[in-house]
Design a protein around this ligand. Structure first.
Ligand SMILES: CCCCCCC/C=C/C(=O)SCCNC(=O)CCNC(=O)[C@H](O)C(C)(C)COP(=O)(O)OP(=O)(O)OC[C@H]1O[C@@H](n2cnc3c(N)ncnc32)[C@H](O)[C@@H]1OP(=O)(O)O
Ligand SMILES: NC(=O)C1=CN([C@@H]2O[C@H](COP(=O)(O)OP(=O)(O)OC[C@H]3O[C@@H](n4cnc5c(N)ncnc54)[C@H](OP(=O)(O)O)[C@@H]3O)[C@@H](O)[C@H]2O)C=CC1
Length: 298
């Protein structure tokens, strides 16, 4: 495997991690870096086939000498019983869970007045309740007795974000959940932190907003001091730092990994949802690559 992590090889040898949403985008980059550092990684999300494909791709890159392994296990984090089954299956197979990365999540965009109760619930259940399910189950089944580290991936919408009322509320709630759990579980040797990415290029994220196309993501570039989008690897290295002993005195924190985007008040003067740009004919995701430096491998 070509070394790309800045951390030392073997840093996470014999550790075990669950990464939700670990088969795509940011979650896939987190899983790949953990594997590179020797961790056994369970990647989990709803779509079994996509997980299998991602796992096979990652498996090819694990050197024979490494204790690392990648295991795809489907689970809808909205369903508490499925989360219980996931955690129980990981403990049965590996006998421990050192790290939990709550990355699985997402939303659709919509003006608040057009959001149905079902749509609101789907987003809250995924991003807030799903994260709670995973934290609670991993804690009670393993970390309470043995310690561990949890990282929640959220989104910085603190100043409000038109078209994103449901997810903005859910992510702010997870920011607060992170702090409460950091206090409640400190006595068990559990650290709980969050990472708030800026605008990060990933194919799946882009596809999710395909009606707006690259224009939507481009919208954030003028408001980012670095004048570029982020790449998933820039989130994964932060997550690996927080999981490592280098962060042993960090708990209850939210790290903004956004190249200073959130410092711009005007970032949030983004247009109302009805005025969001639509994808111009002929433009595709490749057009965004010019805005990446370094380029994303994903
Ligand atoms: C200026 C900077 C701009 C940058 C913006 C981007 C920043 C953010 C980036 C990211 O977060 S990238 C992550 C991208 N990935 C995702 O978002 C994943 C997407 N999908 C999901 O997580 C889930 O599908 C969901 C959105 C939580 C929906 O859950 P579910 O799978 O249960 O969906 P459904 O059963 O289909 O729908 C349930 C319910 O939800 C409503 N709804 C769903 N989609 C839409 C939509 N596109 N528009 C309006 N409403 C929607 C709807 O009420 C559904 O009920 P029914 O209509 O089926 O009765
Ligand atoms: N890209 C960006 O600019 C930003 C992203 N984020 C957040 O980072 C995280 C990763 O995003 P990104 O990689 O860009 O986008 P992706 O769409 O690639 O990642 C979302 C992942 O979540 C999984 N997921 C969604 N719903 C569920 C569920 N109910 N149960 C289990 N897994 C689920 C999806 O898999 P499946 O469909 O198989 O379930 C998918 O793997 C998300 O929480 C996102 O909102 C935050 C800020 C900015």
């Amino acid at each position: 495997m070509a070394a790309s992590s800045v951390f030392r090889p073997g840093l996470f040898n014999h550790k075990v991690a669950i990464v939700t949403g670990g088969g795509t985008g940011i979650g896939k980059a987190i899983s790949a870096e953990l594997l590179e550092l020797g961790c056994s990684v369970v990647i989990s999300s709803r779509k079994a086939e996509r997980l299998e494909t991602a796992a096979e791709e990652m498996r090819q890159k694990i050197p024979q000498s490494s204790p690392a392994s990648v295991t795809p296990l489907p689970c809808n984090i909205r369903n508490e019983e499925e989360v219980k089954a996931l955690v129980s299956s990981v403990l049965k197979q590996f006998g421990r869970i050192d790290f939990l990365v709550n990355n699985g999540g997402g939303q659709f965009s919509s003006p608040a007045e057009l959001m149905s109760s079902k749509g609101w619930k789907a987003v809250i259940d995924t991003n807030l309740t799903g994260t709670f399910h995973c934290c609670k189950e991993v804690y009670t089944a393993w970390m309470k007795q043995n310690g561990g580290v949890i990282v929640n991936i959220i989104a910085d919408m603190w100043k409000g974000f038109p078209g994103m009322a449901h997810t903005g509320a859910a992510r702010a709630a997870v920011d607060n959940l992170t702090k409460s759990l950091a206090i409640e579980w400190a006595h068990s040797g559990v650290r709980v932190n969050a990472v708030a990415p800026g605008t990060i290029f990933s194919k799946t994220a882009m596809q999710n907003y395909k009606e707006y196309g690259p224009q939507l993501f481009k919208m954030s570039v003028p408001f980012t001091p670095a004048k570029r989008l982020g790449v998933p690897e820039e989130i994964s290295s932060t997550v690996c730092f927080l999981l490592s002993a280098a962060a042993s005195y960090i708990s209850g924190a939210t790290l903004k990994v956004d190249a200073g985007q959130s410092l711009y008040h005007s970032m949030w003067e983004i247009p109302n949802h009805s005025a969001w740009p639509t994808a111009p004919e002929g433009e595709n995701l490749e057009a965004l690559k010019e805005l990446l430096n370094p380029p994303s491998k994903l």
